[in-house]
Design a binder for this molecule. Structure first.
Ligand code: 3PG
Length: 210
């Protein structure tokens, strides 16, 4: 029930950031995350298996909203969308990268860590972005401080966030959702422990702004 959210930030409280070493794990992994209540999945382009994993999830897990992270170049953006990515995430926001991501036609979250970078995105008409690396860059107090002069920016903080700290971010008015790798531990993926991943996703999907 309900309408489809306009923004990738408004679908689930947490976007799992996943590093997939073996494309054979991609579909069961995506099923586990969706079953746990986290349908938005960011597969990072950090492994050989990433694009094939996106292809398989796009083809076989229709309830997932599959996207690509670690977009570092215009070529990455094009390859990720060609593979079936429905959104793109970058750790940074250079002009050529923004042009390339915008040119694909899918929603995207460029990365920022300073007020000047937020203003750079404002100049491009962009209001939604990734805050990276969230914890090292200053975390919750830093984002709270940015909301004073820049109340129109909405963030997906990522970098060092865990279940225990996610709720503090989600309480901020300028945070739509958070991202992180804690939902998909490498050892759980290596051993095929999808029940554990579904449980971690279930705990995260229950987080709500209070
Ligand atoms: C990212 O790549 O977006 C962050 O590094 C997420 O990783 P972490 O949750 O392990 O910090």
């Amino acid at each position: 029930s309900g309408s489809i959210p306009d923004s990738i930030l408004d679908i689930a409280p947490v976007i799992p950031v996943v590093v997939i070493e073996d494309a054979e794990t991609a579909v069961p992994l995506a099923h586990a995350l969706v079953a746990g209540g986290l349908p938005v999945i960011e597969v990072t382009l950090r492994t050989e298996a990433a694009l094939e994993s996106i292809r398989r999830i796009a083809a076989e897990v229709p309830d997932a909203v599959i996207g690509a992270g670690t977009i570092l170049s215009p070529g990455d953006a094009a390859r990720a969308v060609e593979a079936g990515s429905r959104f793109l995430v970058s750790p940074g926001s250079t002009p050529s990268l923004i042009d390339a991501m915008a040119g694909t036609g899918v929603p995207f979250l460029p990365g920022v860590a300073t007020a000047s970078e937020v203003l750079g995105l404002y100049e491009r008409g962009l209001r939604e972005m990734k805050f990276f690396p969230a914890e090292p860059a200053g975390g919750v107090p830093y984002l709270k401080a940015l909301s004073g002069p820049l109340p129109g920016a909405r963030f997906c903080p990522t970098g060092g966030i865990r279940l225990e700290t996610a709720c503090d971010y989600l309480r901020l008015p300028n945070v739509g959702c958070v991202g992180g790798t804690w939902l998909t531990p490498a050892d759980a993926l290596a051993t095929g422990d999808y029940a554990r991943i579904e449980k971690l996703a279930g705990e995260a999907s229950a987080l709500r702004r209070s």
